[in-house]
Design a protein. Sequence first.
Length: 242
Amino acid sequence: MATYTVGHRLDIVIKALNMTSKKFADEMGISYNSLGRYKRDERMPDPDFLSKLAELKINLNWLLRGEGSMYVSLPWEIKPEHKKTKKVQFINGKPVLTDTVEAIYNRTIIFPVSAEISAGEPVLVPDNYEPLQQIEIPRTYLRTQAEEYLLFRVNGKSMEPNIEHNDLVLIRRCYDWRLADNAVCAVRVDGAVTIKRVQLDPKRAQVVLHPFNLDYRVQIIDSFQNDDLFLIGTIALQLRIY
């Protein structure tokens, strides 16, 4: 099969979606035999089939003519000319800046910014908070399903120099305080949320919230006496948009 044919590019789509041909045909509502004819270039894809591909953000101009990239570039997504380098900072005890290349952006997930998270005194998050921004994050950075993560914008300077004001932090949901010990976490205290390094003190039944910035105070919370102390999750990824 020539590499420039519709059938070949359709095969690339199936592999990119991590599906078997049978599962792909079922998902798209066509027979396995019809899909085989598309892939062998014995028949051009039907309009209904192309419409379903478009819903998956597949660039039909690329599929049919080989022009452009495989995925449609939506208004909130990073344009190809800006994808060559991106600064992404991981928090894993030894934060490092890494340059990523365009190839890893082939499979991405769009995360809305759920709310602001305080790097200072905890702040209330309104129930009707409307995300003002959506961020495209490569799927390869996620260890689990996307539904397990929340994206917050940092408001405040208590975590500097490691985490700066206006940084974005991707929080992986976690409810086990034992996994939060000595980790940077999102925590809700008395209905307000904050980001701090958590330290557990089992002997005193206390949770200690440490800032990185020494100009800010350490918060000591008696876990037995505070009914509204809730672990949202641990930090999985930190992004700084330049």
